[in-house]
Design a protein around this ligand. Structure first.
Ligand code: SF4
Length: 741
């Protein structure tokens, strides 16, 4: 028996914890937190501990499947790609490139291939029908930052380790470990805030585990965060508490924000938020008085009808209290693959360069809202979607009105899925191309190191040897790109990888701001020889990045080899102020009151007088779940059923619901029957269902999940409701009725 230890970044959520893997005869036999990891320092959650079980899940696909009538049969890779080529070409020939679409799930953010090969593939499709999980839960933050800073990826994260006060809205890091904020052991870091005399305040309709540990839990009516935040802004201005600190010379639009906030005094929003005016005023003063403080808003603030307004106001409050881009406040990370920039006006941020065909929803960040996907498939006419590629996504469970999408996918002429599971979505696929598992490929977090509360650099080499019959996702995407660009399924893949490298180097050597500007591209290419295709690209990115060696310019700078030599990661220090460097608006200033956002405030003002629905549905998260495929590992689903409807005792009594008994939950678009769990941990007038369940569809191959199917909360969510600025789905505050079943 051969036994080895390997260190690997956990790819299962945004926290990027370091894992220590014990490997015996090619199998991961034990997983522990990597105690020497510079960022996570041994922290691990139940999902990370189950990493080996996820990798070795017997239901995981390792060879391609091709549809054969009502079932799927395993085929070789060449046959699978040949089927894709023949049928893809036929659809494009019949209906044109506008008839094809792509849906990209969030696991793509956890792979190197997702950061390197996905975008070229999507571009190769020649369609504007690109959809992703971003419009399920995070697009409002991108849009708000795009308008504020001119860069939708410039997201300020809470500097938890140095703050004196943190206010969390719609976030439950005790279960999620953070999102759009990479902070391994987020709970421990919150407890450290308290340990050094600071305060943790949670604003949430549910008494979550995070709310329970907080110094103060402020229950709020679902969907009302924008009202609360505007009232905080109102108080900050009215009480003379505004202090932009070092950003004073870098901000425009302050007066406009003050003018808009006049309509939202605490008294005006008290009924809508369920929070007294006195408590709102006190919170504003606490934020202003704390030596450092930060407001952090997450899923609950984004997945609502005023998601972009709430996301914008989070940053506005941080700016007005002098806590934006300041230690202990909200700060902008500088990951190793990013570059420093000479401060200068940029091109700004625009949306709506194209619109969806059926309802005219504007494009945002090159994609359309996933809430319109079903109608784009099932509405006849020119440009109707007839073929789709899904990459690591399960939109039949994760997107609104999923019953309609389920039916729509079944009607397509062709569906191709790059996915390791035959799940509720991929059961509709004609071809499934399963990438090799994440322990067999290198790992670098393009997305999450750029959202980290501390600057770090970590690269994990493959922990397990390659599967001789498997295929790396970068090869799958390169071959699909060969097909969609007309070079064919048999095109030389090495040539495709080389072309990617050549393009990346040419871009850097031709960029006046790059450290290798003007260098000989051939010389640079030679210096990354001997690495895998993904590693070559990563090495160029790291070496030309903020801390890179510039291919010899700075001998102490980072290279991929340095990262390989440091499997526990390299600490690059606490976050540093980055304004004005990060600002890319056309004015070169932070646009605190961007016109498109200001225009949407009228909608919020109008909603002040709209009575809230009597009963609304919100989601919830469990530490053992992130994506639906995690429901196929016994250790992550065993125990008491988790997919229950949380109901407040007062509502249970009023509605005649009994603990443990089934109830029928009905919304405008659908109905489910689910067992009730009566609990005071949810506000009266609010019920809660977790998401990602509903594993009862025929034709899937996820045996453990099928044994505990639960119900799909997105049967209830309404595809007609979106946040108009971002196109984000409204998955919280869904009006529902509940009755005994
Ligand atoms: S918190 Fe996230 S990154 Fe850390 S072990 Fe758990 S799943 Fe993995």
């Amino acid at each position: 028996m051969t036994a080895t230890t390997s260190f690997h970044t956990c790819p299962l959520c945004e926290a990027t914890c370091g894992l220590e893997l014990n490997i015996e005869d090619g199998e991961i036999t034990r997983v522990r937190g990597d105690r020497d990891h510079v960022f996570s320092r041994g922290f691990i959650c139940p999902k990370g501990a189950a990493f080996g079980k996820l990798v070795h899940d017997p239901d995981r696909l390792r060879r391609p499947l091709v549809r054969d009538g009502d079932t799927h049969r395993e085929v070789g890779w060449d046959e699978a790609f040949a089927v894709v080529e023949e049928r893809w070409s036929a659809v494009v020939a019949r209906h044109g490139a506008a008839s094809v679409a792509a849906y990209v799930g969030n696991p793509n953010a956890h792979t190197m291939s997702g950061g390197q090969y996905l975008r070229p593939f999507l571009r190769s499709l020649g369609t504007t029908n690109v959809f992703s999980a971003s419009t399920v839960d995070q697009m409002p933050k991108h849009v708000a930052c795009g308008f504020l800073y001119g860069d939708p990826l410039a997201i300020a994260v809470p500097d938890i380790d140095r703050t004196d006060m943190i206010v969390l809205l719609g976030a439950n890091p005790y279960e999620s470990n953070g999102s759009l904020c990479t902070a391994p052991d987020f709970p421990g870091r919150l407890e450290a805030v308290q340990g050094r005399g600071g305060r943790v305040v949670v604003v949430d309709p549910r008494r979550t585990r995070t709310a329970a540990m907080a110094d103060d839990h402020i229950p709020i009516r679902p969907g009302a965060d924008a009202f609360l935040l505007f009232a905080l802004v109102h108080v900050l201005f009215a009480d003379g508490l505004v202090d932009l600190g070092r950003l004073a010379d870098h901000v425009v639009g302050l007066d406009d924000v003050e003018r808009l906030a006049k309509d939202f005094p605490p008294e005006a929003v008290a009924a809508r938020t369920g929070i007294t005016a006195g408590r709102i005023r006190a919170l504003a003063r606490e934020l202003a008085d704390a030596p450092t403080a930060v407001v952090y808003g997450r899923v609950g603030t984004c997945t609502v009808e005023f998601g972009t307004l709430a996301s914008w106001l989070v940053d506005v409050v941080n700016a007005l209290t002098g806590n934006l881009d300041s230690p202990g406040g909200a700060m902008f990370p500088l990951a190793p693959h990013l570059r420093r920039r000479t401060p200068a006006p940029g091109r700004g941020f625009v949306t709506g360069r194209v619109a969806s065909r059926v309802r005219g929803a504007p494009e945002v960040l090159g994609e359309l809202p996933v809430a319109v996907l079903a109608e784009e498939i099932d509405t006849p006419g020119a440009g109707q979607i007839r073929a789709i590629v899904t990459v690591a996504g399960n939109p039949v469970l994760s997107t609104p009105n999923s019953e309609r999408l389920d039916r729509a996918l079944a009607s397509l002429e062709l569906m191709v899925s790059v996915d390791p599971y035959l799940n509720e979505t991929t059961r509709h696929a004609d071809v499934i191309l399963p990438p090799t598992d994440s322990a067999r490929v290198g790992h670098y977090d393009f997305s999450f190191l750029a959202l980290a509360i501390r600057n770090t650099a970590v690269y994990s080499r493959p922990a397990l040897p390659p599967d001789p019959g498997g295929m790396d996702e970068c090869d799958i995407l390169a071959r699909l790109t060969s097909i969609t660009t007309g070079r064919g399924a048999d095109a030389d893949i090495d040539g495709a990888h080389d072309a990617m490298l050549t393009g990346l180097i040419a871009k850097a050597t031709g960029d006046g701001e790059s450290v290798i500007h003007g260098r000989d591209p051939a010389e640079i290419a030679e210096m990354v020889e001997g690495l895998t295709p993904s590693e070559r690209l990563l090495d160029v990115t790291i070496r030309t990045g903020a801390y890179g060696d510039g291919f010899g310019v700075d001998p102490d700078g980072l290279t991929l080899a340095t990262l390989v030599d440091n499997p526990h990661g390299i600490d690059l220090g606490p976050l540093q102020p980055r304004v004005p460097e990060i600002v890319k608006t056309t004015s070169g200033k932070i646009e605190l009151c961007p016109e498109p956002i200001a225009a949407d405030v009228e909608r919020l003002r109008g909603a002040l007088d709209t009575p809230a629905p009597e009963l609304v549905l919100v989601g919830r998260r469990d530490v053992r779940s992130n994506n639906s495929w995690m429901h196929n590992v016994e250790v992550l689903v065993k125990g008491k059923p988790r997919c229950t409807l949380h109901v407040h005792p007062d509502d249970a009594e009023r509605l005649g619901l009994a603990d443990g008994a089934p109830a029928r939950v009905e919304s405008r678009v659908g109905a489910v029957v689910v067992d009730v769990q009566v609990t005071p941990d949810v506000m009266a007038g609010v019920v809660s269902l977790p998401h990602g369940w509903g594993h009862d569809r025929p034709g899937t191959r996820m045996r453990v999940a099928a044994g505990r199917p639960g119900v799909n909360s997105n049967i209830l969510t309404d595809e007609a409701a979106i946040d108009p600025l971002s196109g984000n789905a409204v998955l919280n505050a869904i009006p529902v009725t509940v009755s005994p079943s």
